[in-house]
Design a protein around this ligand. Structure first.
Ligand code: HEC
Length: 145
């Protein structure tokens, strides 16, 4: 086959243009990421995290007074696994397997756009430490059992 000079030019064009387009796409993606909520603490490496053993004590300390038997702010109760999974007025705040997308995690990590959703509301109860947030993430990522 006789080599076609036009096809050759096209090939060179593709070889040069494709990487630049790819680079541009990656740049755009990283710029987009910069606007995401602040980074969440990483999930704890602990295995077999459960509500009963690991999570309930944290929520009891920091959340129950507003999301327990007496008060259900935002129509959310966190005082049992079943209640926590029911969510706020029927809207899930925990997505088993997806801690980074769970509203509860965003709320405790102050990763919501609106400060009204930071939990507990600053000054109203003891905040969760990054390690505790990591434990909550591990629990949700492992299926919120
Ligand atoms: C002093 C009271 C108070 C405490 C303590 C508290 N919350 Fe809340 N919480 C609220 C109020 C009020 C709302 C409703 C906010 C709204 O609807 O704008 C709410 C709503 C929520 C919601 C629903 C989604 C949202 O952001 O509105 C989540 C999830 C939540 N709280 C999680 C928690 C967790 C987890 C803790 C403990 C770490 C906690 N809250 C502690 C008062 C509290």
């Amino acid at each position: 086959m006789i080599s076609n000079p036009i096809a050759h030019t096209e090939q060179r064009f593709v070889r040069l243009l494709l990487p630049s387009l790819l680079g541009l796409a990656m740049l755009t993606a990283s710029l987009g990421r910069a606007e995401d909520p602040p980074k969440l603490p990483p999930p704890a490496p602990q295995a077999d995290v459960t509500y009963a053993a690991d999570i309930q004590p944290l929520l009891e300390r920091s959340c129950f007074k507003c999301h327990g038997e007496e008060k259900q702010k935002g129509k959310l109760r966190l005082d049992s696994l079943e209640n926590a999974l029911k969510g706020a007025d029927g809207k899930a705040v925990i997505i088993p397997g997806q801690s980074a997308k769970s509203e509860l995690v965003k709320a405790v990590a102050h990763a919501t756009k609106d400060e009204d959703h930071w939990m507990p509301p600053p000054g109203k109860a003891q905040a969760l430490t990054p390690e505790e947030i990591g434990l909550v993430r591990a629990w949700i990522d492992q299926g919120a059992k």
